[in-house]
Design a protein around this ligand. Structure first.
Ligand code: ADP
Length: 270
């Protein structure tokens, strides 16, 4: 292909220049390959719900004389449509994070606000699953970044913790700072993740067997979004889990100084 030719030509010029060029090409090829895979996987994943929607529309048409049947099919149609909506919005989040553009609205972000909005966004889900969310830990910590991206990441961990937990259990969201790092830990006492799956769950569209058989209606994109969002902020995600015992996902982000206007007031100087 064209880029390889460029590299080959460069060899003749200077060995050092070649090295630089080849590295650039492999990076570009890697990005291109990721993009191709993403489009292919995504199209594949969209086929199922889109197919279901059109089948259900046909079924409704055919059952027109039977109101009970129509009601059943309509409910399923609407469930498939919202699944399709959720999938689409996750695909958009992920593709935005994977694009090479930098974060756009970087500011000092309050971890209290990130956690509060992530928890708020999942109270309905928690209520209907009869799972309680318990918040705790250190207040008043800040990081540099995009609040919305971070809330979505923490929210995805909370959504999973609820989805893979038994009724009546609780999910913990704890915050602390360790050296120059903020740790946000989301803990559940749910089904846990097999050791052999623990690395793979961060891949797009990967779902462990237990989760798939549970039919939680997941997309397999949540953790991939978390990983990219956190990496974009110079952080990392850690996972501890035991099947049958539960899981803890920990987001670690570089701590920022408390913005001056938010710092606790010290005694007025005279
Ligand atoms: P999904 O939409 O399927 O939840 P994710 O990317 O968020 O997709 O998670 C990928 C897989 O990781 C899930 O399908 C599930 O197998 C596993 N997983 C994620 N979070 C948990 C958890 N808290 N407990 C058990 N399994 C989990």
């Amino acid at each position: 292909s064209e880029p390889r030719l460029v590299a080959a030509r460069a060899t003749a010029i200077s060995p050092r220049l070649t090295l630089v060029l080849i590295r650039d090409i492999t990076e570009r090829e890697r990005v291109e390959e990721m993009r191709r895979d993403f489009v292919a996987n995504t199209s594949h994943e969209l086929k199922t719900p889109v197919g279901a929607v059109s089948l259900l529309a046909e079924a409704i048409e055919m059952a027109a004389d039977d109101p009970d049947q129509v009601r059943i099919f309509t409910a399923r149609l609407s469930a498939e449509a919202s699944r399709l909506g959720a999938l689409t919005s996750r695909i958009m989040s992920l593709s935005r994070l994977q694009a090479s553009a930098e974060l756009t609205e970087v500011r000092d972000v309050s971890i209290d606000e990130v956690v509060a909005s992530a928890v708020d966004a999942h109270t309905l889900q928690a209520d209907s699953a009869q799972v309680s969310i318990v918040r705790g830990g250190t207040r008043g910590l800040y990081v540099r970044g995009e609040a919305q991206v971070l809330s979505e990441a923490v929210g995805n961990l909370i959504a999973n913790a609820i989805a893979y937990s038994p009724q009546g259990s609780s999910v913990g969201v704890g915050v602390k700072s360790v050296d120059e790092v903020v740790e946000i830990a989301v803990t559940d006492r749910g089904i846990g993740i097999h050791e052999s799956d623990q690395n793979r769950v961060f891949e797009r569209f990967y779902r462990a067997d237990q989760a798939r058989s549970r039919r939680t209606g997941g997309t397999g994109l949540g953790l991939s979004i978390v990983k990219h969002a956190v990496q974009r902020h110079g952080g990392e995600v850690r996972l501890w889990s035991r099947p049958g015992r539960g899981s803890t996902f920990t987001i670690r982000l570089p701590l920022a100084d408390v913005p001056e206007d938010r710092a606790p007031r010290t005694k007025a100087r005279r």
